[in-house]
Ligand binder design. Structure first.
Ligand SMILES: [Fe+2]
Ligand SMILES: [Fe+2]
Length: 269
């Protein structure tokens, strides 16, 4: 099922679809944290492994059900709250220099904490929102995520990977620019305009660049799987993970853009 879904200019996320997507993502976050911990952090490593297993079992259950029943929803909310706290704890320990960072970048920990917070919000208070406001909120959220993915890739590639790094730096510039514009448009949209044609063109631009980024991530994943990339990427799965997040962003834009075109644009002035 599509998520979000729109009806009469209001759009709402589908909790089961979101849960299936994000539960796998959170399972992988726990794995990435574990792989990035310094070797002597055995207690945190066991805690991370516990989260891998918890989210794996929740994912298996989510794939079997047709509806998100209250019991499963409650368990899911509890698990997401717990992993948010775990990510915050690891980040805090690093910020306070109370543990060696291993290869977990502080910004990566904050990034995956924000992704989990977003999921929690969709689970706890799913709300139908106006398509224009929702589109811009999603662009602000996801463009920041996309920009950070590029920054992580830049810092995980070997300095000798100059061709890939050159492409990644171009993407970083483009996505920084897009994010800044999304924030401006989101702010302007808080005046509740009936129509906002500029957002349509901006979003078409976002779609085009996100498709290119998605393809870059997919290609990097294939290269890494074939052992054709030099760097310190702990597992090629990380590249597949960020590719799936780009696809999720694109699938949301696919729903929201036509609705905004229908509800908030006009051909004439
Ligand atoms: Fe993620
Ligand atoms: Fe991400």
């Amino acid at each position: 099922m599509n998520s979000p879904q729109c009806h009469k200019c209001l759009c709402e996320y589908n909790r089961l679809t979101e849960a299936r997507f994000w539960t796998r993502i959170l399972m992988e976050h726990a794995l990435f944290i574990k792989l990035g911990l310094a070797p002597n952090e055995t207690k945190l490593s066991a805690e991370a492994q516990g989260f891998v297993e918890l989210f794996e079992s929740l994912l298996n259950r989510l794939n079997r059900v047709k509806k998100l029943n209250p019991e499963l929803l409650a368990e899911l909310i509890e698990a997401v709250e717990a992993i948010i706290e775990f990510k915050a704890k690891v980040l805090r320990l690093i910020i306070q220099c109370e543990m060696p960072p291993g290869s977990n970048y502080p910004l990566l920990l904050d990034h995956i904490r924000r992704e989990a917070e977003r999921f929690l919000k969709l689970l706890v208070s799913p709300m139908a929102e106006d398509s224009l406001a929702l589109l811009l909120q999603q662009e602000v959220f996801w463009l920041r995520i996309m920009k950070e993915h590029i920054e992580f890739i830049i810092h995980l590639l070997d300095p000798s990977e100059r061709e890939l790094l050159k492409q990644a730096h171009e993407f970083r510039k483009t996505f920084s620019r897009l994010l800044e514009t999304a924030r401006d448009l989101d702010s302007m949209a808080q005046t509740s305009p009936h129509r906002f044609n500029d957002v349509i063109q901006f979003t078409q631009n976002v779609i085009q660049h996100t498709r290119e980024l998605r393809n870059f991530k997919a290609a990097a994943f294939e290269l890494d799987e074939m052992c054709k990339i030099l760097g310190i990427i702990s597992d090629p799965l990380l590249l597949d993970h960020v590719r799936r997040e780009a696809d999720k962003f694109l699938s949301e834009l696919d729903v929201l853009l036509p609705e905004v075109e229908r509800c908030h644009s006009s051909q004439n002035r």
